[in-house]
Design a protein. Structure first.
Length: 105
C-alpha cells in the first residue's frame, strides 16, 4: 500500500504519462490541421462551440471531415507500394500544403 505522503506511485505515474501523451498528441493534431493559425482565443471559442453543439448533423459532418483528414494522412505516410503514386509528387519535406492556406508571412 502506498503511503499518502508519497509523491509517486505506479498508477499515478501512469496516469500522468497518459495525460502528458494526450496533451502532446492534441498539440500535434492542432498543428497538423492548421488550427494553430487562429489566435488562442479563436481556437478556444471554436472548441467551446464544438463541445456545446448538440446538432447531430453538424457533429456527423465534422466527424466525416476528421475521418477523411486521418485517411489522407495515413495514405500520405504509407510506403510507396501501399499508396497511389500516379498523383503529383510530394514536396521534398513530405508535407503537403493544406488547400486554401497560405504559408507563414
Amino acid at each position: 500500500m502506498w503511503a499518502d505522503g508519497w509523491n509517486s506511485c505506479p498508477l499515478r505515474d501512469k496516469a500522468r504519462d497518459l495525460k502528458s501523451r494526450k496533451v502532446q498528441q492534441l498539440g500535434e493534431l492542432v498543428i497538423a490541421t492548421g488550427a494553430d493559425a487562429p489566435s488562442a482565443n479563436e481556437l478556444a471559442g471554436a472548441l467551446i462551440m464544438l463541445a456545446e453543439t448538440k446538432d447531430s448533423g453538424k457533429r456527423e459532418a465534422w466527424a466525416r471531415r476528421g475521418a477523411a483528414f486521418f485517411q489522407r494522412r495515413s495514405r500520405r505516410n504509407a510506403p510507396a507500394t501501399d499508396r497511389d503514386t500516379d498523383g503529383a509528387p510530394a514536396q521534398p519535406s513530405g508535407a503537403q500544403p493544406a488547400s486554401g492556406r497560405k504559408g507563414p508571412t
